[in-house]
Design a protein around this ligand. Sequence first.
Ligand code: DSN
Length: 415
Amino acid sequence: MEQSHIRDVDPDAADALSSERQRQEDTLAMIASENHVSEAVLEAQGSALTNKYAEGYPGERYYAGCEYADEIESLAIERAEELWGAEHVNVQPHSGTQANMAVYLTALDPGDKILSLDLTHGGHLSHGHPANFTGQTYTVEQYEVDPETGYIDYEGLKAKADEFNPDIIVSGYSAYPREVEFERIQEAADLADAYHLADIAHITGLVAAGVHTSPVGVADFVTGSTHKTIRAGRGGIIMCDEEHADDIDNSVFPGAQGGPLMHNIAGKAVGFKEALSDDFEAYAEQTVKNAEALAETFTDAGLSVVSGGTDNHLVLVDLRPSHPETTGKEVEAALESAGIIMNANTVPGETRSAFNPSGIRVGTPALTTRGFTESTVREVGELMIELIDNPTDDEAIAAASDRVDTLTDEYPLYG
Ligand code: DSN
């Protein structure tokens, strides 16, 4: 087969791809769920494994020619077992939501009861939102964060578990800045004789590095994303004890998915190897220190940081007390114009809509990958505050944009 490069075959697609790479090089990625994988992970994800069908699991495939697919998937599994200390790992979920789907298929029947954190309090669509299959298939009750402290209301959760008698309690969140006390959630699950699913999508890297408490060995099922703080190939992962291993594997394939995305599993294997290095622990620690520095910068400027600070990689700001007329979307747009990319987010007690909410969520995993430390993160925080105060001031936006250009030049990404 004659081979040509994408630039010759499809200049439009080539332009879009190289522009995206340049966009990442020239902007500050502060979406809390994003990160920058290494060139090695990019290579794995762009490999010939994208061509291979490998339904089944290593050594037990439904197709021939799977010897290298087996090798790659086994590497990903072994490394994940070492990173998180899990008895059983499934690396095939296409995403965190698919991982959660497989757990629900394993643990629940349609109509069964899920107890999970409200989306506006930091939960996730796949934890029972009405617009998601979970909200449409199962009966859902939600717990909340304490309105005074912004921390999970563990006692309220226990009371709800007692009253609602759920079949599964979901912990792990998308916009919660504090360390999760998985043991306390397990107590509520024990009280209700319910399963416990800990969805650590955002904090997989912090847990692997030992920077945050692990729910592995506490919760019945632990799910996660593999491309956020853990910085590996894109997708999802499930961990559980041996007793649930066969059921989970059957729920992923053939229950919820067909052929695994073997090129992504290769990216997971390579990223997990990188995460097993000593450098990764320092990276995870720095990610948290950077988020703490950002939270402090915001608080010092009079912004209302949900829960008063952070223990992890993200900071959630409620704009209403300091900037009652400014919405998260306005801030998102102003910052984007200056090359700072983060997202508007709902906050506990939200009074606007999910599309134009009252808060912003800002994360440090990607900046930390670039080499940013507390002082540079503080500087970015100051730029953000200037634009939160003046979201429509073109001069302020231009000045911030110049500074972002300097910072991105000083901290190149892929080069
Ligand atoms: N979209 C991810 C996030 O931003 O948290 C979760 O799926």
